[in-house]
Design a binder for this molecule. Sequence first.
Ligand SMILES: NC(=O)c1ccc[n+]([C@@H]2O[C@H](COP(=O)([O-])OP(=O)(O)OC[C@H]3O[C@@H](n4cnc5c(N)ncnc54)[C@H](OP(=O)(O)O)[C@@H]3O)[C@@H](O)[C@H]2O)c1
Length: 287
Amino acid sequence: MDRRSRMLVLGCRGMLGTTALRHFAARYEMSGRDLPEIDITQPASIEEALRDESPDVVLNCAAYTAVDDCESQPERADSINGVAPGLIAKACDAAGALLVQISTDYVFDGRQQRPYIESDATGPLSVYGRSKLRGEQEVRAVGGAHLIARTAWLYGPGGRNFVETISRLLTTQPALRIVDDQHGSPTSTFELCRQIEALLATSCRGTYHTVCDGTCSWYDFALAIAAARQSETPIAPCSTGAFPRPAPRPASSRLSTEKLQRDTDYRPTHWRAALTEYMEERWRPSS
Ligand SMILES: NC(=O)c1ccc[n+]([C@@H]2O[C@H](COP(=O)([O-])OP(=O)(O)OC[C@H]3O[C@@H](n4cnc5c(N)ncnc54)[C@H](OP(=O)(O)O)[C@@H]3O)[C@@H](O)[C@H]2O)c1
Protein backbone atom coordinates (compact mmCIF):
# COMPACT_ATOMS: atom_id res chain seq x y z
CA MET A 1 0.00 0.00 0.00
CA ASP A 2 1.25 3.53 -0.83
CA ARG A 3 2.29 5.58 2.17
CA ARG A 4 0.09 8.55 3.10
CA SER A 5 1.38 11.92 1.90
CA ARG A 6 3.24 13.82 4.59
CA MET A 7 2.91 17.49 5.48
CA LEU A 8 5.35 19.47 7.63
CA VAL A 9 3.96 22.68 9.16
CA LEU A 10 6.54 25.32 10.06
CA GLY A 11 5.40 27.79 12.72
CA CYS A 12 3.05 25.07 13.96
CA ARG A 13 2.28 26.78 17.29
CA GLY A 14 1.26 30.08 15.67
CA MET A 15 -2.34 30.97 14.82
CA LEU A 16 -2.49 29.47 11.31
CA GLY A 17 -0.08 26.65 12.13
CA THR A 18 -2.32 25.46 14.96
CA THR A 19 -5.40 25.23 12.70
CA ALA A 20 -3.36 23.70 9.86
CA LEU A 21 -2.02 20.87 12.02
CA ARG A 22 -5.58 19.84 12.82
CA HIS A 23 -7.20 20.60 9.46
CA PHE A 24 -4.81 18.68 7.23
CA ALA A 25 -4.64 15.62 9.50
CA ALA A 26 -7.62 14.16 7.61
CA ARG A 27 -5.53 13.89 4.43
CA TYR A 28 -1.88 13.96 5.46
CA GLU A 29 0.43 12.44 7.98
CA MET A 30 1.26 15.58 9.91
CA SER A 31 4.34 16.91 11.65
CA GLY A 32 5.07 20.38 12.93
CA ARG A 33 8.02 22.50 14.06
CA ASP A 34 8.30 25.90 15.63
CA LEU A 35 10.89 27.81 17.64
CA PRO A 36 12.97 26.50 19.37
CA GLU A 37 13.02 23.09 17.54
CA ILE A 38 13.48 24.88 14.23
CA ASP A 39 14.78 28.31 13.31
CA ILE A 40 13.80 29.03 9.71
CA THR A 41 16.62 31.57 9.39
CA GLN A 42 19.14 28.71 9.74
CA PRO A 43 19.60 26.49 6.65
CA ALA A 44 20.95 23.56 8.72
CA SER A 45 17.88 23.67 10.95
CA ILE A 46 15.53 23.53 7.93
CA GLU A 47 17.52 20.73 6.28
CA GLU A 48 17.43 18.67 9.48
CA ALA A 49 13.63 19.00 9.72
CA LEU A 50 13.18 17.94 6.09
CA ARG A 51 15.58 15.05 6.52
CA ASP A 52 13.75 13.84 9.66
CA GLU A 53 10.21 14.23 8.34
CA SER A 54 10.61 13.64 4.55
CA PRO A 55 7.50 15.72 3.80
CA ASP A 56 5.73 15.83 0.45
CA VAL A 57 4.38 19.29 1.33
CA VAL A 58 5.91 21.97 3.56
CA LEU A 59 3.44 24.61 4.77
CA ASN A 60 5.37 27.65 5.96
CA CYS A 61 3.26 29.49 8.55
CA ALA A 62 6.33 30.77 10.43
CA ALA A 63 6.76 34.52 10.23
CA TYR A 64 7.46 37.70 12.19
CA THR A 65 3.90 39.03 12.22
CA ALA A 66 4.07 41.96 14.67
CA VAL A 67 3.46 44.51 11.91
CA ASP A 68 4.19 47.65 13.96
CA ASP A 69 7.26 46.16 15.69
CA CYS A 70 8.71 45.31 12.25
CA GLU A 71 9.15 49.08 11.64
CA SER A 72 11.80 49.24 14.38
CA GLN A 73 13.26 45.77 13.61
CA PRO A 74 13.69 45.74 9.82
CA GLU A 75 16.65 43.31 9.87
CA ARG A 76 14.68 40.75 11.88
CA ALA A 77 11.67 41.16 9.59
CA ASP A 78 13.83 40.76 6.50
CA SER A 79 15.61 37.72 7.89
CA ILE A 80 12.45 35.80 8.98
CA ASN A 81 9.91 36.99 6.38
CA GLY A 82 12.22 37.80 3.47
CA VAL A 83 15.33 35.61 3.40
CA ALA A 84 14.09 32.48 5.24
CA PRO A 85 11.35 31.55 2.71
CA GLY A 86 14.10 31.34 0.07
CA LEU A 87 16.12 29.01 2.32
CA ILE A 88 13.02 26.84 2.84
CA ALA A 89 12.32 26.86 -0.91
CA LYS A 90 15.90 25.68 -1.64
CA ALA A 91 15.65 22.87 0.91
CA CYS A 92 12.22 21.85 -0.45
CA ASP A 93 13.52 21.84 -4.01
CA ALA A 94 16.47 19.63 -3.02
CA ALA A 95 14.14 17.27 -1.12
CA GLY A 96 11.45 17.17 -3.84
CA ALA A 97 8.79 18.74 -1.57
CA LEU A 98 6.12 21.25 -2.56
CA LEU A 99 6.37 24.51 -0.59
CA VAL A 100 3.25 26.43 0.38
CA GLN A 101 4.34 29.92 1.44
CA ILE A 102 1.83 32.19 3.17
CA SER A 103 1.88 35.83 2.11
CA THR A 104 -0.23 38.91 2.64
CA ASP A 105 -2.34 41.73 1.21
CA TYR A 106 0.31 44.10 2.67
CA VAL A 107 2.43 43.52 -0.47
CA PHE A 108 0.04 46.03 -2.13
CA ASP A 109 -0.21 49.78 -1.50
CA GLY A 110 -4.00 49.66 -1.16
CA ARG A 111 -4.63 52.58 -3.51
CA GLN A 112 -6.31 50.58 -6.30
CA GLN A 113 -10.06 50.98 -6.70
CA ARG A 114 -10.80 47.46 -8.02
CA PRO A 115 -9.86 44.25 -6.17
CA TYR A 116 -6.23 43.24 -6.63
CA ILE A 117 -5.46 40.28 -8.89
CA GLU A 118 -2.30 38.19 -8.48
CA SER A 119 -0.43 39.90 -11.32
CA ASP A 120 -1.13 43.49 -10.15
CA ALA A 121 1.89 45.63 -9.33
CA THR A 122 3.01 45.33 -5.73
CA GLY A 123 4.03 48.34 -3.63
CA PRO A 124 4.28 47.58 0.07
CA LEU A 125 3.91 50.53 2.44
CA SER A 126 5.55 49.00 5.51
CA VAL A 127 8.67 47.10 6.58
CA TYR A 128 6.46 44.04 7.18
CA GLY A 129 4.95 44.29 3.69
CA ARG A 130 8.38 44.70 2.06
CA SER A 131 9.77 41.73 3.98
CA LYS A 132 6.82 39.50 2.98
CA LEU A 133 7.19 40.60 -0.66
CA ARG A 134 10.87 39.67 -0.56
CA GLY A 135 9.81 36.26 0.82
CA GLU A 136 7.61 35.74 -2.26
CA GLN A 137 10.42 36.84 -4.59
CA GLU A 138 12.99 34.55 -2.96
CA VAL A 139 10.62 31.55 -3.27
CA ARG A 140 9.98 32.29 -6.97
CA ALA A 141 13.70 32.80 -7.63
CA VAL A 142 14.51 29.27 -6.45
CA GLY A 143 12.19 27.97 -9.17
CA GLY A 144 11.07 24.86 -7.27
CA ALA A 145 7.49 23.59 -6.90
CA HIS A 146 5.60 26.17 -4.84
CA LEU A 147 2.29 27.81 -4.04
CA ILE A 148 2.19 31.33 -2.61
CA ALA A 149 -1.11 31.94 -0.82
CA ARG A 150 -1.76 35.62 -0.12
CA THR A 151 -4.30 36.08 2.63
CA ALA A 152 -5.64 39.01 4.69
CA TRP A 153 -7.24 40.04 7.97
CA LEU A 154 -6.58 36.58 9.38
CA TYR A 155 -8.09 35.33 12.62
CA GLY A 156 -8.31 31.94 14.26
CA PRO A 157 -8.12 30.02 17.51
CA GLY A 158 -5.17 30.72 19.76
CA GLY A 159 -4.00 33.87 18.04
CA ARG A 160 -3.84 37.55 18.81
CA ASN A 161 -6.30 38.88 16.27
CA PHE A 162 -9.05 41.43 15.68
CA VAL A 163 -11.93 39.12 16.66
CA GLU A 164 -10.30 38.32 20.00
CA THR A 165 -9.33 41.96 20.64
CA ILE A 166 -12.80 43.33 19.88
CA SER A 167 -14.50 40.56 21.86
CA ARG A 168 -12.37 41.53 24.87
CA LEU A 169 -12.83 45.31 24.45
CA LEU A 170 -16.61 44.89 24.19
CA THR A 171 -16.61 43.67 27.77
CA THR A 172 -13.97 46.01 29.19
CA GLN A 173 -14.66 49.39 27.47
CA PRO A 174 -17.75 51.62 27.68
CA ALA A 175 -17.60 52.41 23.93
CA LEU A 176 -15.38 51.67 20.92
CA ARG A 177 -14.21 53.71 17.92
CA ILE A 178 -13.16 51.59 14.95
CA VAL A 179 -11.53 52.55 11.65
CA ASP A 180 -14.00 52.77 8.77
CA ASP A 181 -11.74 53.76 5.85
CA GLN A 182 -9.75 50.52 5.40
CA HIS A 183 -11.44 47.71 3.51
CA GLY A 184 -10.61 44.03 3.19
CA SER A 185 -11.86 40.47 3.54
CA PRO A 186 -11.69 39.03 7.06
CA THR A 187 -10.52 35.43 6.67
CA SER A 188 -10.57 32.67 9.25
CA THR A 189 -7.74 30.17 9.52
CA PHE A 190 -10.40 27.45 8.91
CA GLU A 191 -11.33 29.00 5.56
CA LEU A 192 -7.72 29.63 4.56
CA CYS A 193 -6.92 25.95 5.19
CA ARG A 194 -9.90 24.90 3.03
CA GLN A 195 -8.65 27.11 0.19
CA ILE A 196 -5.10 25.77 0.48
CA GLU A 197 -6.55 22.24 0.50
CA ALA A 198 -8.45 23.02 -2.71
CA LEU A 199 -5.21 24.19 -4.34
CA LEU A 200 -3.32 21.12 -3.12
CA ALA A 201 -5.96 18.89 -4.69
CA THR A 202 -4.93 20.26 -8.11
CA SER A 203 -1.59 20.51 -9.86
CA CYS A 204 -1.81 24.33 -9.60
CA ARG A 205 1.41 26.13 -8.80
CA GLY A 206 2.29 29.81 -8.37
CA THR A 207 0.57 32.70 -6.61
CA TYR A 208 -3.06 32.76 -5.44
CA HIS A 209 -5.27 35.10 -3.45
CA THR A 210 -6.88 33.08 -0.66
CA VAL A 211 -9.42 35.14 1.30
CA CYS A 212 -13.09 34.95 2.23
CA ASP A 213 -15.75 36.19 -0.16
CA GLY A 214 -17.06 39.74 0.31
CA THR A 215 -15.38 42.80 1.79
CA CYS A 216 -16.01 45.19 4.67
CA SER A 217 -14.33 47.85 6.78
CA TRP A 218 -12.85 47.17 10.23
CA TYR A 219 -15.88 49.04 11.59
CA ASP A 220 -18.33 46.69 9.76
CA PHE A 221 -16.29 43.73 11.03
CA ALA A 222 -16.44 45.00 14.61
CA LEU A 223 -20.24 45.46 14.33
CA ALA A 224 -20.57 41.84 13.16
CA ILE A 225 -18.43 40.62 16.06
CA ALA A 226 -20.52 42.66 18.53
CA ALA A 227 -23.74 41.22 17.06
CA ALA A 228 -22.39 37.68 17.40
CA ARG A 229 -21.42 38.40 21.02
CA GLN A 230 -24.85 40.03 21.61
CA SER A 231 -23.04 43.08 22.94
CA GLU A 232 -24.71 46.44 23.33
CA THR A 233 -21.44 48.38 23.72
CA PRO A 234 -21.70 51.36 21.33
CA ILE A 235 -19.30 51.30 18.37
CA ALA A 236 -18.60 54.45 16.32
CA PRO A 237 -16.71 54.73 13.02
CA CYS A 238 -13.52 56.79 12.77
CA SER A 239 -10.76 57.46 10.25
CA THR A 240 -7.29 55.85 10.08
CA GLY A 241 -5.88 59.29 10.95
CA ALA A 242 -7.53 59.10 14.38
CA PHE A 243 -5.33 56.11 15.30
CA PRO A 244 -1.78 56.75 14.04
CA ARG A 245 0.33 53.59 14.16
CA PRO A 246 4.00 52.96 13.36
CA ALA A 247 3.27 50.89 10.20
CA PRO A 248 1.02 52.35 7.50
CA ARG A 249 -1.82 50.02 6.41
CA PRO A 250 -3.20 49.68 2.86
CA ALA A 251 -6.58 51.46 2.53
CA SER A 252 -7.87 48.72 0.23
CA SER A 253 -6.94 45.12 0.90
CA ARG A 254 -9.55 43.79 -1.50
CA LEU A 255 -8.05 40.65 -3.09
CA SER A 256 -9.82 38.97 -6.02
CA THR A 257 -10.15 35.18 -5.71
CA GLU A 258 -11.20 34.72 -9.36
CA LYS A 259 -8.00 32.80 -10.16
CA LEU A 260 -8.55 30.39 -7.26
CA GLN A 261 -12.15 29.86 -8.37
CA ARG A 262 -11.11 29.33 -12.00
CA ASP A 263 -8.36 26.81 -11.19
CA THR A 264 -10.18 24.86 -8.46
CA ASP A 265 -13.82 23.96 -7.89
CA TYR A 266 -13.76 25.82 -4.57
CA ARG A 267 -16.12 28.74 -3.86
CA PRO A 268 -14.85 30.93 -0.99
CA THR A 269 -17.07 31.21 2.07
CA HIS A 270 -18.51 34.69 2.73
CA TRP A 271 -16.68 36.47 5.59
CA ARG A 272 -19.91 36.70 7.61
CA ALA A 273 -20.48 32.92 7.39
CA ALA A 274 -16.82 32.25 8.28
CA LEU A 275 -17.15 34.56 11.30
CA THR A 276 -20.29 32.73 12.46
CA GLU A 277 -18.47 29.39 12.10
CA TYR A 278 -15.54 30.72 14.15
CA MET A 279 -17.72 32.29 16.87
CA GLU A 280 -19.70 29.06 17.27
CA GLU A 281 -16.51 27.05 17.61
CA ARG A 282 -14.75 29.58 19.84
CA TRP A 283 -17.56 30.15 22.31
CA ARG A 284 -19.19 26.74 22.14
CA PRO A 285 -20.37 25.84 25.65
CA SER A 286 -18.16 23.06 26.99
CA SER A 287 -20.09 19.85 27.47
N1 LIG B 1 -2.27 37.51 11.10
C1 LIG B 1 -2.70 38.13 10.01
O1 LIG B 1 -3.61 38.98 10.05
C2 LIG B 1 -2.12 37.80 8.66
C3 LIG B 1 -2.61 38.43 7.53
C4 LIG B 1 -2.07 38.11 6.29
C5 LIG B 1 -1.06 37.16 6.20
N2 LIG B 1 -0.57 36.59 7.33
C6 LIG B 1 0.49 35.59 7.19
O2 LIG B 1 -0.03 34.36 7.62
C7 LIG B 1 1.03 33.54 8.14
C8 LIG B 1 0.62 32.99 9.51
O3 LIG B 1 0.37 34.10 10.38
P1 LIG B 1 -0.05 33.88 11.90
O4 LIG B 1 -0.90 35.05 12.26
O5 LIG B 1 -0.52 32.50 12.10
O6 LIG B 1 1.38 34.07 12.61
P2 LIG B 1 1.77 33.84 14.14
O7 LIG B 1 0.60 33.47 14.96
O8 LIG B 1 2.59 35.03 14.55
O9 LIG B 1 2.71 32.55 14.06
C9 LIG B 1 3.98 32.60 13.51
C10 LIG B 1 4.79 31.51 14.17
O10 LIG B 1 6.10 31.51 13.59
C11 LIG B 1 7.04 31.38 14.65
N3 LIG B 1 8.36 31.89 14.27
C12 LIG B 1 8.80 33.18 14.29
N4 LIG B 1 10.08 33.24 13.91
C13 LIG B 1 10.48 31.97 13.64
C14 LIG B 1 11.70 31.39 13.23
N5 LIG B 1 12.81 32.13 13.02
N6 LIG B 1 11.76 30.05 13.05
C15 LIG B 1 10.66 29.28 13.29
N7 LIG B 1 9.47 29.78 13.67
C16 LIG B 1 9.38 31.11 13.86
C17 LIG B 1 6.41 32.16 15.78
O11 LIG B 1 7.03 31.84 17.02
P3 LIG B 1 7.10 32.98 18.16
O12 LIG B 1 5.67 33.30 18.50
O13 LIG B 1 7.85 32.30 19.24
O14 LIG B 1 7.81 34.16 17.56
C18 LIG B 1 4.97 31.71 15.67
O15 LIG B 1 4.73 30.51 16.38
C19 LIG B 1 2.27 34.43 8.16
O16 LIG B 1 3.02 34.18 6.99
C20 LIG B 1 1.71 35.83 8.08
O17 LIG B 1 2.62 36.74 7.48
C21 LIG B 1 -1.09 36.86 8.56
